[in-house]
Design a protein around this ligand. Structure first.
Ligand SMILES: [Ca+2]
Length: 275
C-alpha cells in the first residue's frame, strides 16, 4: 500500500539546495500520516550531502522511529533501503512520524518511497495439517486466530472421534472439512516455477443422498488446477495436482465444494506444495 508523505516544509522550500532552518520550517522536519492496520514498513532514506557549519563536522542526520527500532542514520548520500518490522494491536487510525534528532549544525535527511506491507503473508503454507486450533474430538466452523492460517467459510476443522465421523486423520489428529459449497483458502508467497500440490481427501460417511461425495475445485489465483477432486471413499486418499506459477509474490490457494444439493462433505488433510 503506497503512501504519499507530505512534508510540512516542502511547500516553503521547493529547492533544498539552500535549505536552512527558520521559525516556520524548523530544523526538525516532521512528516506524519495516518496508518490503518500495518504490520511492517519500508522506506528509503538518505542524508543530505550539504551540511553546516562545515564538512569537517559529521555528515550525518537521523530520523527517529518512536518505538520502531533504533535511530535511522543514512550511511551515505545515496538512497539506502530501510525496513522496520512493527505490529499494530488495535484497529483504526494510527500515526507514523519521522523526526530529526540532532539539533547541532544543519543536517537533513531525505526520505522517499515509504511503504507499509503486511508481514502476515507467510512465505509458505501455514497449518497444512489443520492441527490449529486444537479442537480435541470436537470441531469448529470458521476457526480464526494464531497459527490457523486458512480462511474457512461453511468449512472448518474437526478432530479424530468428532461427530463428523471422519476416518482417522492421516497426519496429526485433525483434518479440515468442507460442507456443501464451503471454501478453505490461504494466501502465501510463492516464486515462479513448477509445483505439485499434494493433499489427502476423504468423503464423509454421512451424506444426503447416502453414499454421495462432495467434489472439490482447487484454484490458484482463481484458476482451477487439475480436475475436480472427488474423494473415492471414506478412507483418506492421496491426491497430487501439478501447477505452475508465473509471477513472484502473493498467491491464493482455494478449495471449494461444488455441489450445493443434499448434504455432502469432504475432509482434507496433509496439504503440501513441493517441486
Ligand atoms: Ca492433520
Amino acid at each position: 500500500m503506497p503512501i504519499e508523505l507530505t512534508s510540512i516544509c516542502a511547500r516553503e522550500f521547493p529547492s533544498v539546495s539552500n535549505h536552512s532552518p527558520t521559525a516556520s520550517c524548523p530544523l526538525f522536519e516532521i512528516f506524519s500520516l495516518p496508518i490503518v492496520g500495518a504490520p511492517s514498513s519500508r522506506f528509503t532514506t538518505v542524508r543530505r550531502s550539504w551540511t553546516a557549519p562545515s564538512t569537517r563536522f559529521p555528515r550525518t542526520a537521523a530520523a527517529e522511529q518512536d518505538k520502531l527500532g533504533g535511530l535511522i542514520t543514512p550511511p551515505g548520500t545515496g538512497f539506502t533501503p530501510v525496513s522496520i518490522p512493527f505490529s499494530i494491536a488495535a484497529a483504526g487510525a494510527h500515526a507514523l512520524q519521522f523526526a530529526g534528532t540532532d539539533a547541532t549544525g544543519d543536517k537533513s535527511t531525505f526520505i522517499d518511497n515509504v511503504a507499509i506491507g503486511s508481514a502476515a503473508i507467510p512465505n509458505t503454507l501455514a497449518n497444512t495439517s489443520f492441527e490449529a486450533p486444537v479442537v480435541g474430538n470436537g470441531f469448529a466452523y470458521g476457526p480464526t486466530g494464531a497459527n490457523v492460517g486458512w480462511t474457512f467459510a461453511s468449512a472448518g476443522v474437526q478432530g479424530n472421534g468428532s461427530a463428523w465421523g471422519a476416518a482417522v486423520a492421516p497426519n496429526g489428529s485433525q483434518t479440515a472439512f468442507i460442507q456443501q459449497t464451503g471454501t478453505i483458502s490461504q494466501t502465501f508467497n510463492l516464486d515462479p516455477g513448477n509445483y505439485t500440490l499434494a493433499l489427502q481427501v476423504a468423503r464423509r460417511n454421512y451424506s444426503v443422498p447416502a453414499g454421495s461425495a462432495q467434489p472439490i475445485r482447487v484454484t490458484i489465483d482463481g484458476t482451477q488446477i487439475g480436475s475436480l477432486v472427488t474423494p473415492p471413499s471414506t478412507a483418506f486418499t492421496p491426491i497430487a495436482i501439478p501447477f505452475s506459477i508465473a509471477t513472484s509474490g502473493m498467491h491464493t490457494l482455494v478449495f471449494t465444494g461444488t455441489d450445493a444439493s443434499g448434504d455432502k462433505s469432504t475432509f482434507i488433510d496433509a496439504v503440501t506444495i513441493g517441486p
